[in-house]
Write a protein that binds this ligand. Structure first.
Ligand code: C2G
Length: 132
């Protein structure tokens, strides 16, 4: 079984996330999504999520491409995650291009083109602009 892994916040889940997850799953047979915890988001990424970790996890687990969702609690866990889950392919959107090449000695590293026109930040701006 070829296992794929990817990481993210996945807040206000949108079709850009789904496009990424679909293409990541196409690279193997089993997809592990390592989902940023609320604390990691706030302390390390300065992101205040709209949905909690449990709510974001529930939504990801409902996606047909996703086989397992586990917490991301620090930047350093990727090396151990790749070994722990027997990963063959590490996938991220290309906004991260080059940032995780240190994993190449353990697994294939693939950066996929982002879906350009959508982002959680844009969704928030658009909704607040409309007073919604
Ligand atoms: N993404 C995408 N297209 C978009 C928006 C996001 O392809 N329009 C991808 C990102 O490139 C990333 C994944 O979807 O691979 C999740 O995006 P975020 O939730 O914004 O994750 P991020 O904050 O980049 O966290 O340790 C890595 C971090 O946890 C990544």
């Amino acid at each position: 079984m070829k296992k794929v892994i990817t990481y993210g916040t996945f807040d206000l889940l949108h079709y850009g996330h789904i496009n990424l997850l679909r293409r990541a799953k196409e690279l193997g047979d089993y997809l592990v999504v390592v989902l940023s915890s609320d604390e990691f988001n706030w302390v390390e990424k300065h992101k205040k999520c709209y949905f909690t970790y449990e709510q974001r996890k529930q939504m990801l687990e409902a996606i047909r491409y996703v086989d397992l969702v586990v917490p991301e609690e620090n930047w350093e866990q990727k090396n151990t995650d790749v070994e722990k889950y027997g990963i063959s392919v590490f996938v991220m959107g290309d906004d991260w291009k080059g940032k995780f090449d240190f994993l190449k000695d353990k697994c294939e590293v693939v950066y996929l083109p982002r879906t350009p026109e959508i982002s959680t930040t844009e969704i928030k701006k658009s909704l607040s602009g409309k007073g919604i």
